[in-house]
Design a protein around this ligand. Structure first.
Ligand code: ADP
Length: 368
């Protein structure tokens, strides 16, 4: 019931209760003092006076104390109510300015007074929270815009191809075949994009985690990318024997595939890709280095952002969506690991993936 009461009334009530306690203590104190002092004084002076006369000072004292108590209570409660209303004024002002923001200024900030008290701290915390919310909202908006843009391009190409076919009178079998090829390759691109978008936030399922032989996984990846590497004459080599990782095979495969694909895609003709690794009981580390074009320092800080491309046209030409590194980061972090990239423009890059012993972490989580 108390929590439903306005704060100013609660403050007044608690102050009144405090005053009652103080008043009762004062009464008890005066009572004890009277018992000890008055009877002796009265007894000594008038030994013959009756008990009725002796009780009179007690009654008077009790009436005065009770009256004083009531006045003290009323004045104290009223005063504490006024003080509470005054003290809570800045809180009310803060609530008013939050209400006044309305829908138009969704992430508005409140005015914070220079006095360093609890209310200004509350205002500052509110503004910090609003800042974080605004940033996250902007991120989501940008992400949705970029995703829509990426999906729009192959979709528009599919529509144009089919419309041209529909308009052209008596298209040849070869023209039909060429259109089907184009439409199919755009549909594959769309499919890849949707898969990438799903992978970006796919939950890690502990039941799907298993021990992975990393060398065997890289052999599979290298075999798949052999054709792409051959076109550029890029040599891929791995030295990983004995490195094991505990995780979701499908997701970990996606991380390493994206990284080796990039190392080949952004390499120079006759370049190299070297994959090395090591591991102990606490973590496994894999380095993927290439002798490619490298990345400038100012781009390195944003390279793991979704849809970020150093050279948008070249990346798109090579079939990139700008999601490969963002997906890799998100999956590695879901495995409680860390991914980083070092690069020298024109010389090449090294991506390092460090993954802890997830099995141990999951066991600790289950036990706690
Ligand atoms: P994309 O699908 O476009 O390759 P990524 O997220 O994998 O997207 O990479 C983002 C950008 O980072 C790429 O567009 C490319 O410019 C750059 N990049 C990624 N890996 C490398 C690398 N090994 N060497 C040089 N640039 C790279």
């Amino acid at each position: 019931m108390l929590t439903k009461m306005p704060l100013r009334l609660r403050v007044a009530l608690f102050t009144a209760l405090g005053l009652v306690m103080a008043g009762l203590l004062a009464t008890a104190f005066f009572g004890v003092a009277a018992v000890h002092l008055i009877p002796h004084g009265v007894h000594a002076a008038h030994r013959s006076i009756s008990t009725a006369t002796t009780a009179e000072p007690y009654i008077k004292l009790s009436l005065v104390t009770a009256g004083g108590l009531i006045i003290m209570l009323a004045v104290g409660a009223g005063a504490s109510y006024l003080i509470a209303v005054h003290a809570l004024k800045p809180v009310a002002a803060l609530a008013e300015s939050i209400d006044a923001m309305g829908d138009r200024a969704l992430f508005g900030r409140v005015h914070v007074s220079i006095v360093n008290d609890e209310v200004s701290r509350l205002g500052r915390s509110f503004n910090t929270m609003m800042g974080r919310l605004e940033q996250s909202f902007d991120h989501q908006r940008l992400f949705a815009l970029n995703a829509a843009h990426e999906l729009k391009t192959p979709l528009a190409a599919i529509i144009t191809n089919l419309e041209v076919l529909q308009l052209g009178d008596g298209a040849t079998v070869q023209e039909y075949a060429a259109t089907v090829d184009n439409v199919l390759s755009d549909a594959y691109r769309l499919n890849g994009l949707v898969r990438d978008l799903l992978n970006l936030h796919k939950e890690l399922d502990p039941d799907r985690c298993e021990e992975i032989d990393v060398a065997a996984m890289f052999n599979e990846i290298i075999a798949l990318l052999k054709g792409m590497a051959a076109v550029k004459n890029v040599h891929i080599e791995q030295r990983l024997s004995g490195v094991r990782i505990y995780g979701d095979r499908e997701l970990i495969y996606r991380v390493f595939f994206n990284l080796v694909e990039n190392a080949v895609k952004y390499n120079k003709p006759r370049g190299r890709v070297d994959i090395q690794g090591c591991g102990d009981t606490s973590q496994s580390i894999v380095h993927i280095s290439d002798t490619g074009m490298g990345i400038a320092e100012q781009d390195l800080t944003q390279i793991f952002e979704p849809f970020y491309r150093v050279e948008p046209s070249r990346s798109r030409e090579l079939g990139g969506s700008g999601l490969g590194l963002a997906i890799a980061k998100s999956i590695v972090e879901r495995h409680r690991g860390h991914i980083s990239m070092e690069s020298v423009l024109g010389r090449g890059s090294v991506v390092t993936v460090a993954l802890p012993d997830l099995n141990r972490h999951l066991t600790i989580d289950r036990l706690s």
